[in-house]
Design a binder for this molecule. Structure first.
Ligand SMILES: *Cc1c(COP(=O)(O)O)cnc(C)c1O
Length: 411
């Protein structure tokens, strides 16, 4: 694809103006928004206001006067639009790991006599660890059954299955789950469907309500640009809420937190999925990112993400043939998220050399180099620039340098 064709795509891009709503360092092409989203331009001032005026000046009054107590609900309202959820079905807080614990426990109570949590090994490790932890805690009442791939889940359903757990977008390969199909299969076997939206929320339409999905978790710091360690979110369909047992029975999920009663009584609705005091500063930052995603609208974002990955892949394959990369993502853009992954025998060192050359992606063990494509702040000309830099790094074999072989704590 020629530069003028890319320039035309940028001119005609309805999301082009969103780039100015982010702060990114000069000269860097950031292809890691699936791991840590970029900084929205409004976030520094919003966080500074929360620190200086709300905390520093107004102190504890800010729980009411600045609305700290309701921040989660305002974020949830925007999230509902982004992931196609009905009002009152999303709570914001904690991490995905903690929220999964709550939902897995809820699921086993909603499906008594069915001991099996059915999942595939392509889930993100923390999801599997949390299920293993719950199974260890509950003994014979819960068992984690694993299959190799999401395609094998439907055939493994039986009348012992309480819940199916899968990722909407595979964090390694970027493969997109058939969420509607798997939800139908799970529910016709009497099981519940739980989907992890970490790599789809904000970049792929999810339509939780339309597909009748029972449960979901999602991440605030990836494509929602909420900042490092941003709170996660939790979704439970309205029809399950009244009967839902939330094991982390904290005071923020109590019907009357400020009655300070000795006995736990869960709040009505999704609020019972809150646990302890929210991290207000992180909530303030998350709100900026989620508001941007809601404002942009998920359809144009998905459209652009598919084009960006197509353009990148076309250029990449034309310029990097014979350099040892093998595509591990689906070739059809409709079957992948906003991500392209390649295996490479020297993947770790290659990615370090690319980062040094100003193309930031990441590496996932054992051998995957991963590029994420955030449509709110990437353009089509960036794709050509990124591929040109990658080509130089590979032709000059820069990745062989000893400094690129050293592994940090976070890879
Ligand atoms: C990033 C990610 C997580 C993160 O979990 P936390 O407990 O919030 O750290 C979980 N699952 C998937 C699929 C992820 O990509």
């Amino acid at each position: 694809m020629q530069d003028d064709a890319l320039a035309r795509l940028d001119r005609e891009d309805p999301l082009a103006a969103c780039r100015a709503r982010f702060r990114l360092p000069e000269g860097v092409i950031y292809l890691d928004g699936n791991s840590l989203g970029a900084l929205p331009a409004t976030t520094p001032a919003a966080v500074a206001r929360a620190v200086e005026a709300e905390w520093g000046r107004d102190l504890i009054k800010s729980w009411n006067s600045a609305g700290w107590i309701d921040l989660w609900q305002r974020i949830a309202a925007d999230l509902a639009a982004v992931v196609g959820a009905a009002p009152g079905t999303i709570a914001v807080g904690d991490s995905i790991s903690v929220n999964l614990f709550k939902l897995l426990a809820t699921a086993t109570r909603l499906r008594p006599g069915r001991p099996v949590i059915l999942a595939d090994t392509r889930n993100f490790p923390t999801d599997l660890y949390v299920a293993q932890g719950l199974a260890a805690l509950l003994g014979d009442r819960v068992r984690l059954r694993l299959v190799d791939a999401p395609e094998a889940l439907a055939a493994a359903l039986d009348d012992g299955t309480a819940l199916v757990m899968a990722s909407h977008v595979d964090y390694r390969s970027g493969q997109l789950l058939d969420l509607a199909g798997l939800t139908r299969a799970a529910q016709s076997a009497g099981a519940l469907m739980l989907v992890d939206l970490a790599h789809s929320a904000g970049v792929v339409p999810v339509e939780l309500e339309r597909h009748g999905v029972d449960m979901a978790v999602g991440c605030g710091y990836k494509f929602l640009n909420g900042g490092p360690g941003a709170p996660a979110f939790i979704y439970l369909a309205e029809r399950h809420q009244a009967a839902a047992f939330q094991p982390i029975a904290g005071w923020f999920g109590h019907a009357e937190p400020f009655a300070f009663a000795a006995d736990y009584r869960p709040a009505d609705g999704i609020r019972r999925f809150l646990a302890g005091t929210p991290p207000v500063l992180s909530m303030v930052a998350l709100r900026e990112g989620v508001a941007l995603a809601a404002e942009a609208g998920i359809e144009p974002v998905r459209e652009k993400a598919m084009r960006l990955t197509e353009v990148f892949l076309e250029l990449f394959e034309a310029r990097l043939e014979g350099q040892g990369f093998t595509l591990v993502s689906p070739r059809d853009p409709a079957r992948r998220g906003a991500q392209l992954s390649f295996s490479h025998a020297h993947g770790y060192a290659v990615m370090q050399a690319l980062i040094a050359a100003g193309v930031i992606g990441d590496f996932r063990a054992p051998d995957i180099v991963r590029f994420g494509f955030a449509p709110l702040y990437l353009g089509f000309a960036d794709m050509a620039l990124a591929v040109a830099r990658i080509e130089r790094v590979m032709r000059e074999e820069r990745w062989r340098e000893p400094r690129y072989q050293i592994r940090g704590k976070v890879t």
